[in-house]
Write a protein that binds this ligand. Structure first.
Ligand code: XXG
Ligand code: FE2
Length: 338
C-alpha cells in the first residue's frame, strides 16, 4: 500500500459521500430491488444503466446500477465544494503517486467535470462538484411509501491496514467520530466524517480493497421495520442479513440487506450531530458485545467476511490483499457470540 507517501499540496475540500456505482449482473433484478422494493426514484435508465436517487436528493443520482459480467463496485463518489477542489484533488493524488484522470463533463451521466482516482487503498474514487439538478421529492408525500429512503449516508470499506487507512483519511481532513480498539491500542474499525454526522466512511479491518456496504437514511425507525415486513410479504426474507437493530457505534437504528448480486445495503436512521470542532471521539472495546449491536445480538459471520470487490479505472477487478494479524471476528472471544 502506498499510504506512507504524503502530499505537500492541500487536499480537496470534500463535502460528503455522494454516490456509488455498482456493476450488477441482472439489471432487471436490481431494478426490482432498488426501485420496486426499496422505492428509490429513477432519474434515468436504458438497457445498460439505471441512475437512482433518494427522496431528499436533488442531484442527478446517488446510485448507478450498470449491467456487467460480474458484480463489483465501479465508483465511490464524493462531492467537493468548488470546481477548484477538482484541481486540488488532481494535484493532491498526483503527489501521492496514484493514478489520477481528469474527465470531461458528462463522462458520468448527470455530473459535471470529474477527477477519477485509484486511491492508495485501491478504491476507484470519483470527485465531482457540479451535477444536474432534478426534482427534490422532500414533500412529495403523494409518492412516499411506508418506508422512504431520503439520502445516501455513508460507505463502509474493508481494508487490511486500518492505521494506514485512517492516516490517509485524516490527511484528507476527515475526522474520527468512533473507533473499536483492543487493550493494546490496536484499532479494528474507525468511523470518519466530513459532513457533520458519525460518518461518511467507515473503515473495517479485513481483506481489501472491498466495499462492505453503503447506507441510506430514512426518517423513522418504523420504516425499517416496514422494509422487513415488505420483504417477508414478497417471500424475499433472504435479502435480510443483519438486523433490524440498534448499533452501539453511532447509536443508529439499522437493517442490512443483500441485493440480488450480494452487494450489501444498509438502511439507517438517527445517528447524531458531530459538527462542533471539539466533538469527542467515542472508543469502544473490541470485547464489548454491545459495540455493534446495542442489544447484544450475535453478528452473523457473513457480515464480517463477505463484501463486494472493486474495479480499477480500467474496469478490471482489483486483487484483494489479506489483512495482517487477527480480525475483529477472531480476536473477539465472548463478543459477537464468538
Ligand atoms: O453505520 C454503521 C456501520 O458501519 O454499518 C456499523 C454504524 C455502526 C456499525 S456497528 O456494526 O459497529 O454497530
Ligand atoms: Fe453502516
Amino acid at each position: 500500500m502506498s499510504t506512507a507517501k504524503s502530499a505537500t499540496a492541500a487536499p480537496p475540500d470534500i463535502l460528503r459521500a455522494a454516490a456509488l456505482e455498482l456493476v450488477v449482473t441482472d439489471l432487471e433484478a436490481s431494478r426490482n430491488f432498488y426501485h420496486d422494493v426499496l422505492g428509490l426514484l429513477i432519474t434515468f435508465e436504458n438497457a445498460e444503466e439505471i441512475h437512482l436517487r433518494a427522496f431528499e436528493e436533488y442531484l442527478h443520482h446517488s446510485l448507478v446500477l450498470r449491467k456487467g459480467p460480474a458484480a463489483a463496485v465501479r465508483r465511490i463518489s464524493y462531492r467537493v465544494r468548488s470546481p477548484r477542489d477538482l484541481d486540488a484533488a488532481e494535484r493532491y493524488f498526483g503527489e501521492l503517486g496514484v493514478r489520477v484522470e481528469r474527465r470531461a463533463k458528462g463522462s458520468t451521466r448527470g455530473l459535471g467535470e470529474l477527477v477519477h482516482v485509484q486511491d492508495p487503498l485501491g478504491f476507484p474514487l470519483e470527485f465531482f462538484c457540479e451535477a444536474e439538478h432534478v426534482e427534490r421529492y422532500t414533500q412529495r408525500y403523494d409518492a412516499f411509501g411506508a418506508a422512504t429512503l431520503l439520502r445516501l449516508d455513508h460507505f463502509n470499506i474493508l481494508t487490511p491496514d486500518i492505521p494506514a487507512a485512517r492516516q490517509y483519511l485524516l490527511d484528507l481532513n476527515f475526522k474520527v467520530s468512533e473507533e473499536i480498539r483492543d487493550e493494546l491500542g490496536t484499532t479494528f474499525a474507525s468511523w470518519m466524517y466530513r459532513k457533520p454526522s458519525v460518518h461518511d466512511i467507515a473503515l473495517t479491518q479485513g481483506d481489501g480493497p472491498r466495499l462492505h456496504h453503503f447506507a441510506f437514511n430514512v426518517q423513522e425507525r418504523h420504516e425499517i421495520l416496514h422494509i422487513c415486513d415488505h420483504l417477508g410479504a414478497l417471500r424475499q426474507s433472504e435479502r435480510i442479513e443483519r438486523g433490524p437493530g440498534r448499533h452501539g457505534v453511532s447509536n443508529a437504528f439499522y437493517l442490512y440487506m443483500r441485493d440480488p448480486d450480494g452487494h450489501r445495503v444498509e438502511v439507517f436512521t438517527a445517528n447524531y450531530y458531530t459538527g462542533d470542532p471539539d466533538n469527542p471521539v467515542k472508543i469502544w472495546s473490541v470485547h464489548d458485545n454491545q459495540r455493534r449491536s446495542w442489544w447484544g445480538h450475535s453478528i452473523i459471520p457473513s457480515w464480517y467476511t463477505e463484501a463486494s470487490g472493486v474495479l480499477n479505472l480500467d474496469d478490471e477487478l482489483q486483487p484483494v490483499a489479506t489483512h495482517q494479524g487477527s480480525i475483529e471476528l477472531k480476536a473477539t472471544v465472548g463478543a459477537d457470540g464468538y
